[in-house]
Design a binder for this molecule. Structure first.
Ligand code: FEO
Length: 173
């Protein structure tokens, strides 16, 4: 059975993952409103990944005879000044999530909670990819600058991202 401290911390992380989904869905709505449907598609796929992350934690608590508690979600931001700003914020958000995963890793070690430690190893690897994928797009947008043609090309490329079950095993693109 999962310990009380770990259960509380994982319930908190479920909220962070759901808020991530909420943020990226809001970014998808922003991109659609800007006519950038490819970037919107990328964010929609990202939203689905975040739901998978939340459910991995949900099932971990359930499998260990714990009790999931769903906490209130913050309303996400709805406007950004540019695609670059949105992706920069996505990258910053992933760095924030990585810091939360690091905290959970430390707690699991302190509690001697080996099942949680093993689950969290997956998330440590996943966060490396999450940071890399958002950072990569932000860097491309920086390089593109004011080029309308470059933006159209990148939008087309990002629109090829789709969510499949296999992406839940670590891939983000
Ligand atoms: Fe679930 Fe993007 O971290």
């Amino acid at each position: 059975m999962i310990g009380k401290k770990m259960q509380e911390a994982i319930n908190e992380q479920i909220k962070h993952e759901l808020e991530s989904a909420y943020l990226y869905l809001s970014m998808a709505a922003y991109f659609h409103s800007e006519g950038l449907d490819g970037m919107a598609q990328w964010m929609r796929a990202q939203t689905q990944e975040e739901l998978v992350h939340a459910m991995k934690f949900f099932d971990h608590i359930r499998d260990r005879d714990g009790r999931v508690e769903l906490l209130p979600l913050a309303q996400p931001k709805r406007e950004w000044t540019s695609p670059l700003q949105a992706f920069q914020e996505a990258y910053q958000h992933e760095q924030f999530i990585s810091s939360k995963i690091d905290g959970l890793v430390k707690l699991a070690a302190a509690e001697g909670d080996h099942p949680a430690s093993i689950l969290l190893q997956w998330f440590v690897t996943e966060q490396v990819e999450e940071e890399a994928s958002t950072s990569k797009v932000a860097q491309m947008l920086e390089r593109i600058g004011d080029s309308g043609h470059g933006l159209v090309m990148l939008d087309r490329e990002l629109g090829t991202r789709s969510f499949t079950a296999s992406t839940t095993e670590g891939g983000t693109e």
